[in-house]
Design a protein around this ligand. Structure first.
Ligand code: HEC
Ligand code: HEC
Length: 349
C-alpha cells in the first residue's frame, strides 16, 4: 500500500510537471518584407510579376504556370507528395510553399539558389519542369501588347529580358507572406488565442521535443541544412551534398519554415508524410538510421496527449483566414522585437 501510494504520488508529480522546467520561448513577430536594393518594390513590377506567375505562356507547351505547382488556394503548394513536371512527369522532390520565401537565405530544398531572382529562371528552363526556351518565351511575350505595356511601366523600357522577368516574379513572390496566426495573437496580448493544449504543445516544441533547435525565428527555420533521417525513396536524394560536395551535407535538406504548415502538406523533401500526425510520430521515433543524421534527432518519448498537444501548437501557426496572400508591399505594422517569457511548465488542462 505504501509503495502504491508512493507510486501514485510519483505519477501525480509527473502528470503535473511533465516537461522540462522553465525554458524560454522567444517570440519573434512577423518581420517586415525587405526588398533588395538591386530590385526595389514597385506596384508596376508587382503587377507584371503576378501576371507572369499565373501565366502558362511561361512553359514550353503553354500548359503550365508557376501557379500550377504553387497553388494560391492551397498554401502555395500542389498537395502532391512529389511535383508533377512537364507533361505529367513525376519529379524527385516535394513542392515547397513560396509563402515567406522572400525571407529565406536559400531557395530549394538543397539551397542551390540564394536569391529569388536567381531561382525564378530555373523552373522555366528546366526540361523536366516548364521546359521553355528563353528566347522563345521572350518572343511570345513580345507578341502580346499588354505585356509590352507592363514591361514598359515596370522597367521604363519595352525591352523584355530574362533578367526583368525574374525580377518582376521575385517582387511578386516577396509579397506572399503568412498573416497573423493564433500564435501571434497570443503573444500580442490575447491570452485566449491559444488553447491550454496548444500552450502545452508550445512548451514541448521549445522544450522536451527540441523542435526549436532548428525551427527557430519568426518563420521557424534556422536557414541551415540537416539530415534528420527522413525515410528515403528508392533513389536516395543526396540533398545539400549535390551543391557543396561536402560529406557532412549528405542527405541534408533546408529546414522548412512552419508557418501555415497545416496547409502545405505532404511533408519533407520527398513528400513521404501526408499528415502532421505522421511527422510528429516520425520525430517521436527519432527518424531512420543514417550515419550522417543530426545528433539532435533522437527518440523523444511523447505520450498520446503530448503528440496531440504538439499538433495543436503546429495548427496554431496557421494564418487567420484569408490573410495568407498579401498582394501589397505594405510592411507589417509590428517592428521585430523579441519577448522572452518563461513558458508554462504545469499541465493546465
Ligand atoms: C512542376 C511544378 C513546379 C513548377 C511549374 C514551378 N515550381 Fe517552384 N518548385 C517546385 C519544386 C518541386 C521545388 C523544389 C525543388 C528542389 O528543391 O529541388 C520548387 C521550388 C521553388 C522555390 C523555392 C522555395 C523554397 O522554399 O526553397 C521557389 C521560390 C519557386 N519554386 C518558385 C517558382 C516559380 C517562380 C515558378 C515559375 C517560374 C515555379 N516555381 C514553377 C515545383 C514547381
Ligand atoms: C536537427 C534540426 C531539426 C529538428 C530538431 C527538428 N526539425 Fe523539423 N525539419 C528539419 C529539416 C531539415 C526538415 C526537412 C527534412 C527533409 O525534408 O529531409 C524538417 C521538416 C519538418 C516538417 C515538414 C515541413 C514541410 O514543409 O515539409 C515539420 C512539420 C517539422 N519539421 C516539424 C518539426 C517538429 C514538430 C520538431 C520537434 C519534434 C522538429 N521539426 C524538429 C529540421 C529539424
Amino acid at each position: 500500500m505504501k509503495y502504491l501510494l508512493r507510486g501514485s504520488l510519483f505519477f501525480l508529480i509527473v502528470l503535473v510537471f511533465p516537461s522540462l522546467p522553465a525554458e524560454a520561448v522567444v517570440y519573434h513577430p512577423l518581420p517586415k518584407v525587405e526588398h533588395p536594393a538591386n530590385n526595389p518594390w514597385s506596384i508596376e513590377k508587382f503587377e507584371l510579376g503576378q501576371k507572369l506567375f499565373f501565366d502558362p505562356l511561361l512553359s514550353g507547351d503553354n500548359t503550365m504556370s508557376c501557379e500550377s505547382c504553387h497553388k494560391s488556394d492551397k498554401g502555395w503548394v500542389d498537395g502532391l507528395p512529389r511535383a508533377e513536371g512537364f507533361q505529367g512527369m513525376e519529379l524527385g522532390r516535394n513542392t515547397p510553399t513560396i509563402l515567406n520565401t522572400g525571407f529565406m537565405k536559400f531557395q530549394f530544398w538543397d539551397g542551390r539558389a540564394s536569391s529569388l531572382e536567381g531561382q525564378a529562371t530555373q523552373p522555366i528552363q528546366s526540361p523536366v519542369e516548364m521546359n521553355q526556351n528563353i528566347d522563345e518565351l521572350i518572343q511570345e511575350l513580345r507578341a502580346q501588347s499588354d505585356y509590352i505595356q507592363l514591361f514598359k511601366k515596370a522597367f521604363e523600357s519595352e525591352e523584355i529580358t530574362i533578367d526583368k522577368i525574374a525580377k518582376a516574379i521575385a517582387v511578386f513572390e516577396r509579397t506572399i507572406v503568412s498573416g497573423t496566426s493564433a500564435y501571434d495573437r497570443y503573444w500580442l496580448g490575447n491570452k485566449e488565442a491559444l488553447s491550454p493544449k496548444a500552450l502545452r504543445g508550445m512548451s514541448l516544441f521549445f522544450g522536451k521535443a527540441k523542435c526549436s533547435i532548428c525551427h527557430t525565428g519568426p518563420f521557424f527555420t534556422d536557414s541551415q541544412f540537416h539530415n534528420i533521417g527522413v525515410p528515403p525513396l528508392k533513389n536516395k536524394d543526396k540533398g545539400r551534398k549535390e551543391v557543396t560536395g561536402e560529406i557532412f551535407h549528405e542527405g541534408a535538406f533546408k529546414t522548412p519554415g512552419l508557418r501555415d504548415v497545416n496547409l502545405t502538406g505532404p511533408y519533407m523533401h520527398n513528400g513521404i508524410f501526408t499528415t502532421l500526425e505522421q511527422v510528429i510520430e516520425f520525430y517521436d521515433q527519432g527518424g531512420v538510421n543514417d550515419s550522417n543524421k543530426s545528433p539532435f534527432i533522437t527518440p523523444i518519448g511523447l505520450n498520446t496527449h503530448e503528440k496531440e498537444s504538439l499538433l495543436e501548437f503546429l495548427n496554431s501557426l496557421t494564418s487567420d483566414s484569408g490573410d495568407t496572400y498579401q498582394n501589397t508591399a505594405e510592411p507589417s505594422s509590428i517592428d521585430p522585437i523579441e519577448k522572452k517569457v518563461p513558458i508554462p511548465t504545469k499541465r493546465v488542462d
